[in-house]
Design a protein. Structure first.
Lengths: 317, 280
C-alpha cells in the first residue's frame, strides 16, 4: 500500500466523522491485525517485530506490542443471493456446508446473512453442524429480481458484530453489482473501520467491456469496489476463478456459456482459505493519541515480494 | 387496491409556491396544456378550465399556477439490450438530477436482472448522482411493468404530485400482471412518463396507460438527444397547473374525468380516470 493511498483512505474516512470541538489527546495502544502473504499466496508466519514498520499519517511509529493475533473469530458470512449473482444456490449451499462450516473452530462465533431485498442475518450458529446445515437450506434462498443492497448489508453485518470478541470479520460472497443502498460504498467502509471490522470478499472478479454506440466503450468493474472495500478494511480479497462475464452476450452469444462451463465456481475452497489465513495474522500494537480522529495507517514489511494486508486507517479513542 | 389521491394539505412549500388547504374529499390533478404549436401554455387561469366528473361539470375548488414540487421515481431500463446505452442514459439522468429544484425529490431505480430502487427519496443531488454512478448494472430481461409497479409502491406514502419516469428501449419481457399495474396507476393518480429509446418503441398498452394517467411519452430516434427529452420532461413537470375539485359522488368508485380548456386549439394532458374518495 502506498502512503498516498493510505492518506487518501484516511481523508475519506475523516470526512464522515464530526469534527470534535475539543481534542483530548491522550495516548492508548491501538492494535492492528496484519496478514502477510508470500508470492505463493500462503501466509508468511516467520516474521519478527523487526520486519515490520508502522507509519501513522506518514510518520513512523514505534511498535509497542507484537505477536500472533488471537485465532478466535467473530464472523458474519454475507451471501449475495440475488439474481445477478452467478453462483447457483446449490453451489452456495455446498460451499457453506462442505467447506465453511467445517473450517470453523472452537472459539469461533459465526452468523450467516443474506443480501437481497430484505437483508437478513441469522442467529449465532450452534456447535451442532447438522442443524446449521439444515437451517441453511431455508435461509439462503434466491429471490427473483430483488435488488442487491450490498453496502447496506455490510453495515448490518458490522452492527451484528458490535461488541463481539476476537477478530471481527465479514466475509462477503457477491458479484459486486450493488443497487438499492441507503449507504454508499465509502460510508460502509468508514463504518466498518470505525467498528474495527475487516471485510473479506469472494468475488467473481473480471470486467465487462461495453461498446457505447459511436462513443468510447465503457468498462464495468463491479469487483473494483469490492477490492477497494477489502483493502480499506484490512480484509482478504479473493476471486472465484476466472471471471464469468468477460464475454459480452451480445457480441458472442455463446461466450458466456463457454466461460461458465470452463470455469466452474469454487467458492467452497475460497471460504476455507479466507478462514485459514485470517487465523494466521500478526497483531501489532502502537501508541496513538485517542483524539477520535481518523488516521492513515500504513503497515510495511521489510521482506521483499510479500503482500501486506492490514486496515489502512483507524479511529483512536 | 384502489386508493384516491386525497391531499389533506399540501402544507407550506418552498417560498415561490402557494399554500393550499383542501378537504379530505378534494381530488387534485395536475393538467398540462399544450398549444397548437407544441409549446406549453402557462398563462391560463381558473376560469379557463372545466372539470367533468363522470360526465357532469364539477366546481373547481383549488387552483394554482405555481410550480409544484416533483416527487418522482426515475426508473431506468438496465436490461441487456441497454448495454450499449449505459453511459448515455446515465449521463442524461445525471443532467436531469442536476436540473431538479430544491423542493423536488427523486428516487432512482433500475430494472433488468433485478428491480432495484434506492431507499433514498431525496433532493440531495450528491446522493442521487452517487446512486447513478454506483448502482447501474446492465443485464437481464425487461420487467418494465413490474418496475413501474415497484416505483409506484415506493411512492405510495407520499403526498402531492407523484410521478413515475421510465426510460426504456423496448417492451416488457417478464412482468406478471399489466392489469394490476394499470389499476394501481389509475387508482393512485400516479402520473407516468416514458422516454422510449430507439428500438422496439413503447408498447401501445404502455402509451395508453400513460394517457390514462395524464403523463407523457417521448419516442427518440437514434440521432435524437436523450438530454433534450429529459429537459422537455422537466419543463412539463414545472408547468402543470394544480386543479382540485370535489366529486359529486363520494362512492369510492372509478370515475371518468375530463379536464377541458375553454380556448380553441389547445390540448390538455390530464388523467382520464380517478377513484373518488369513499364517504359512508
Amino acid at each position: 500500500m502506498t502512503m498516498r493511498r493510505a492518506m487518501a483512505a484516511a481523508a475519506l474516512l475523516a470526512s464522515a466523522l464530526p469534527a470534535p470541538s475539543v481534542v483530548r489527546a491522550r495516548a492508548a495502544i491501538v492494535t492492528c491485525d496484519v496478514l502477510v502473504l508470500g508470492a505463493d499466496g500462503l501466509p508468511v508466519t516467520d516474521l519478527t517485530q523487526r520486519d515490520f514498520q508502522v507509519l501513522i499519517d506518514g510518520a513512523p511509529a514505534p511498535i509497542a506490542q507484537f505477536g500472533p493475533a488471537p485465532t478466535g473469530i467473530s464472523m458474519v458470512l454475507m451471501i449475495d443471493a440475488t439474481t445477478s449473482q452467478p453462483l447457483k444456490r446449490y453451489e452456495i449451499h455446498a460451499a457453506i456446508a462442505n467447506n465453511w462450516l467445517p473450517s470453523l473452530e472452537a472459539g469461533d462465533r459465526a452468523r450467516i446473512g443474506v443480501v437481497g431485498g430484505e437483508i437478513a442475518i441469522g442467529p449465532w450458529l450452534s456447535p451442532d453442524r447438522a442443524s446449521n446445515v439444515s437451517a441453511l437450506r431455508a435461509f439462503v434462498e434466491r429471490a427473483p429480481t430483488e435488488p442487491s443492497p450490498i453496502w447496506d448489508a455490510v453495515d448490518r453485518a458490522v452492527a451484528a458484530l458490535a461488541g463481539t470478541p476476537g477478530h471481527r470479520v465479514i466475509v462477503l460472497v457477491t458479484d459486486g453489482r450493488s443497487a438499492g443502498n441507503a449507504l454508499s460504498l465509502e460510508d460502509a467502509a468508514k463504518r466498518a473501520v470505525a467498528a474495527d471490522v475487516s471485510i473479506g470478499v469472494i468475488s467473481e472478479g473480471g470486467e465487462q467491456l461495453l461498446p457505447q454506440g459511436g462513443d468510447p466503450s465503457t468498462r464495468l468493474r463491479p469487483a473494483a469496489a469490492l477490492r477497494w472495500l477489502a483493502d480499506a478494511t484490512g480484509g482478504v480479497y479473493l476471486e472465484d476463478g476466472v471471471a464469468r462475464r468477460t464475454a459480452s452476450p451480445r457480441l458472442d452469444p455463446f461466450g458466456y456459456v463457454r466461460e461458465v462451463i470452463e470455469t466452474p465456481s469454487r467458492p467452497g475452497p475460497l471460504l476455507s482459505r479466507i478462514l485459514s489465513v485470517t487465523r494466521q495474522r500478526y497483531r501489532i500494537g502502537f501508541n496513538a493519541a485517542t483524539d477520535r480522529q481518523v488516521h492513515a495507517l500504513d503497515v510495511r514489511v521489510s521482506r521483499p515480494g510479500v503482500l501486506v494486508i492490514a486496515k489502512r486507517s483507524y479511529v483512536a479513542g | 387496491m384502489f386508493r384516491a389521491l386525497v391531499l389533506v394539505a399540501l402544507g407550506s412549500l418552498a417560498a415561490q409556491q402557494a399554500t393550499f388547504r383542501t378537504s379530505v374529499h378534494t381530488v387534485v390533478v395536475y393538467p398540462l396544456v399544450v398549444g397548437a404549436d407544441g409549446h406549453i401554455v402557462t398563462n391560463l387561469d381558473q376560469g379557463d378550465f372545466t372539470i367533468v366528473d363522470n360526465g357532469a361539470p364539477a366546481e373547481i375548488s383549488v387552483f394554482s399556477t405555481a410550480t409544484q414540487p416533483v416527487t418522482a421515481a426515475l426508473m431506468l431500463d438496465m436490461s441487456a439490450s441497454m448495454e450499449d446505452r449505459l453511459v448515455r442514459v446515465r449521463d442524461a439522468a445525471l443532467g436531469f438530477v442536476n436540473a431538479i429544484a430544491a423542493a423536488d425529490r427523486l428516487r432512482i431505480g433500475s430494472f433488468g436482472s433485478e428491480i432495484a430502487l434506492s431507499p433514498m427519496l431525496t433532493g440531495d443531488k450528491t446522493i442521487l448522482a452517487r446512486v447513478l454512478r454506483e448502482e447501474l448494472w446492465p443485464g437481464g430481461s425487461t420487467p418494465l411493468w413490474n418496475a413501474l409497479d415497484a416505483g409506484m409502491r415506493s411512492l405510495e406514502g407520499e403526498a402531492g404530485r407523484r410521478t413515475i419516469v421510465v426510460v426504456t428501449d423496448g417492451v416488457d419481457t417478464s412482468s406478471a400482471s399489466q392489469a394490476a399495474v394499470a389499476t394501481r396507476a389509475v387508482g393512485g393518480l400516479f402520473m407516468i412518463y416514458a422516454i422510449g429509446l430507439e428500438g422496439k418503441g413503447l408498447s401501445p398498452k404502455l402509451i395508453d396507460l400513460i394517457g390514462q394517467t395524464g403523463g407523457g411519452h417521448f419516442d427518440l430516434r437514434r440521432e435524437e438527444n436523450l438530454s433534450s427529452a429529459f429537459a422537455r420532461l422537466a419543463d412539463e413537470l414545472r408547468h402543470q397547473y394544480l386543479v382540485g375539485f370535489t366529486p359529486a359522488m363520494l362512492d369510492g368508485k372509478p370515475h371518468t374525468l375530463e379536464v377541458r380548456v375553454n380556448r380553441p386549439g389547445m390540448r390538455v394532458q390530464a388523467p382520464r380516470q380517478f377513484v373518488a374518495p369513499l364517504v359512508k
